[in-house]
Write a protein that binds this ligand. Structure first.
Ligand code: T5A
Length: 210
């Protein structure tokens, strides 16, 4: 029986998820609950981190969309049974940098994989697990690209073109429209301290325990 809470952060690259996860973690620790675990996808366990490397590295052989999709779900299956579910059972707040919404946005929206296929896999891998709260950080593409400008290495996804990320962003926003109770859009096109404040407000609204 699940007793903790599952919080996910989503958004396109460079929008500020990795920066924001520290805000979420420390706010939860200081104001909501002491037991907090921070994790990420792809990854989160040793095996899933190995899948992450395969998913992100650029190689000569082009990975098919279906192989990519299955590898994300393979890592997620491991991540859920090894880390997420045991922690939730023990009452932890589990905070993940990306989860299932990324698959709908990137593989569904970006790559054009049939959403019914993704939904079928979701029902096989985690029929009973959904985030309690998803913070969707949103900002225009050019703002996110500028934030990533200083990075020398670009992974397999970061090498995609603008139209790919535009589709990913639209797909995220569409999901937020469909599930407004769970997915809260945070305006990430503002100074870090204002993004932090918006996130803290969403956490208070969702868990109402300050
Ligand atoms: N993926 C993942 C799928 O395709 N399907 C899936 O199912 C899943 C789970 C993961 C890739 O895998 C794909 C999506 C991704 O392409 P990743 O390395 O985890 O790759 O990449 P990202 O999650 O995109 O992480 P990034 O580090 O690229 O972006 P972040 O975390 O959004 O950005 P962050 O926090 O590192 O910030 C970038 C820079 O901006 C600054 C920060 O200081 C930093 O320098 N910044 C701000 N500057 C000004 N104002 C603000 N408000 C700022 N916020 C941050």
């Amino acid at each position: 029986m699940v007793s903790g809470k599952f919080i996910t952060l989503e958004g396109i690259e460079g929008v500020g998820k990795t920066t924001a996860i520290d805000t979420v973690t420390s706010f939860c620790e200081n104001h909501l609950v002491k037991k907090v675990i921070k994790t990420r996808e792809p990854g989160g366990t040793m095996l899933a981190e190995r899948f992450r490397n395969i998913l992100l590295e650029e190689t000569d052989e082009q990975m098919t969309s279906r192989a990519e999709l299955l590898l994300f779900f393979a890592g997620r299956a491991q991540h859920i049974s090894e880390l997420i579910e045991p922690a939730l059972r023990k009452g932890y707040f589990v905070i993940s940098d990306r989860f299932i919404d990324a698959t709908y946005a990137y593989q569904g929206g970006g790559r054009g994989v049939d959403l019914n296929v993704i939904n079928t896999l979701e029902n096989i891998v985690h029929p009973n697990l959904k985030p309690d709260l998803t913070l969707l950080l949103d900002a225009p593409l050019n703002v996110c690209a500028k934030r990533l400008n200083t990075r020398k290495y670009k992974d397999r996804f970061e090498q995609e073109q603008d139209d790919f990320f535009e589709k990913v962003r639209n797909s995220y926003l569409q999901r937020a429209n469909q599930e407004p109770q769970r997915i809260k859009v945070v305006d990430a096109n503002q100074p870090i301290k204002d993004v932090q404040k918006s996130i803290e407000n969403e956490l208070l609204r969702a868990f109402n325990e300050s």
